[in-house]
Write a protein that binds this ligand. Structure first.
Ligand SMILES: [Zn+2]
Length: 414
């Protein structure tokens, strides 16, 4: 049943009923392939509603555990090593909209006022491991929602201040991530919302490094101090011209301090990059606990700071604006909907390995084509997978553990 659910997203079927139309066909190889993948000997295929019923019993947690196993395996086979920053795996953390309703959907909905109308919504906080070749792999999820049966549900829908939020969700996500990956050297990469005492504490308490976007408006006094110290240390400057002619000028200040609203002192370094391309200059800035020097600034900015955008582009945008259809309520039951969310994340990890991994590149090389030429576009991969799943029986060699051990997925350019 878990494979049936993964197939819904991996084959980009778009809706639950499409499982019936595309896969529930005993004249195809679907049942044989499914049995082979799952190691089962079922004689029938699931009917409409079976998956939904199964997820109601299963819940989302075992699926989060399955995702953890996938990520651990990729880490062990060193498939993600090329994207490490000074040995640290960069984890982009960001929140995003998930579901929106005009009427109250459940007692855990967040509410937002828009003039005269109230919108009921659910948000998610995602942690995505930033891998090589533009990959962004889900490693942790926390649902931003009001507590079950809490006063929040009974509150008038206008009291937004008492609601759950991204930073509170981060404080719940962190211990889960730490338990699942206790030894993994991590670096959090987030936008300027996280440049605050709460997120800095989360990083420090878990022994994680951080690269957070630094904005004047978020920490005005720290920004002022940065500008003053930066101008006093002109030696902390590095200019780089990229192959495409873009000019980057890095300037930095080490050992800055900041006292948060709870009177806790935080130490960090600040880095600025002025980038000039085609006559246009853009300023980027980050706060980090990586020591800054001419040998580290470019990597901290690129692999740590800018990698953050991956969670939006490769993560949320792809999952919302494709047949993954992240915002679609696959079930009106919140707990089931969370399970669908996790199935989507698992399917996306597998698809990214397929689309961006070395196996497809090797196949393309064999046929003398580029990976894009091989399928017309990468979007066609899911369609071809569906055809293969329906009409081709997966060969026994594909399940030989000895053979499989020698097939290493790589994401670098070799
Ligand atoms: Zn709700």
């Amino acid at each position: 049943m878990a494979w049936w659910g993964v197939a819904l997203f991996m084959l980009k079927l778009g809706s639950r009923r499409q499982l019936d139309f595309d896969l529930r066909d005993l004249s195809t190889q679907v049942l044989a392939n499914l049995n082979r993948l799952a190691g089962t000997s079922q004689e029938t295929l699931p009917v409409d509603g079976t998956l939904d019923h199964f997820l109601g019993h299963l819940g989302s947690e075992p699926l989060a555990g399955l995702r953890t196993q996938l990520i651990r395996r990729l880490i062990r086979m060193k498939a993600l090593d090329d994207a490490r920053l000074q040995g640290h795996f960069v984890v982009a953390v960001d929140g995003s909209g998930w579901m929106r309703f005009r009427t109250r959907h459940c007692d855990r909905c967040l509410t937002q006022n828009h003039g005269d109308t109230i919108v009921y919504l659910h948000l998610i906080l995602e942690a995505k491991l930033v891998g090589p070749e533009g990959t962004a792999l889900s490693i942790g999820t926390e649902f931003v929602e009001n507590a079950k049966g809490s006063d929040a549900a009974a509150l008038p829908d206008t009291q937004e201040a008492k609601q759950d939020c991204e930073l509170m969700a981060l404080e719940r996500l962190a211990p889960v991530l730490k338990t699942q990956f206790p030894q993994l050297p991590l670096c959090l990469s987030s936008d300027s919302l996280y440049a605050c005492g709460r997120a800095l504490r989360v990083a420090r308490n878990n022994g994680w490094r951080f690269v957070f976007t630094f904005k004047e408006g978020r920490l005005p006094k720290v920004w002022e101090e940065f500008e003053r110290l930066r101008d006093l240390s002109p030696e902390n400057t590095l200019g780089i011209t990229l192959p495409n002619g873009t000019l980057q000028v890095y300037r930095w200040v080490n050992a800055m301090s900041y006292e948060d609203s709870d009177h806790q002192l935080h130490m960090f370094n600040a880095l600025e990059c002025l980038e000039t391309a085609q006559g246009l200059t853009t300023r980027f800035a980050w706060l980090t606990d990586f020591p800054l020097s001419p040998t580290t600034v470019a990597a901290v900015a690129t692999k740590g700071g800018r990698a953050r955008s991956r969670i939006e582009n490769e993560g949320f945008n792809v999952q919302k604006n494709s047949l993954f259809d992240l915002e679609h309520p696959y079930s009106m039951d919140l707990e089931k909907q969370k399970a669908y969310y996790l199935l989507l994340q698992i399917a996306h990890i597998i698809l990214q390995m397929l689309e961006k991994g070395s196996l497809l590149r090797r196949l393309a090389r064999k046929t003398g084509k580029s990976t894009v030429d091989l399928f017309g576009s990468l979007k066609n991969i899911a369609r071809r997978l569906l055809e293969a799943f329906r009409y081709a029986r997966l060969p026994d060699e594909a399940y030989d553990s000895v053979v499989a051990a020698s097939v290493q997925i790589r994401l670098d350019s070799c």
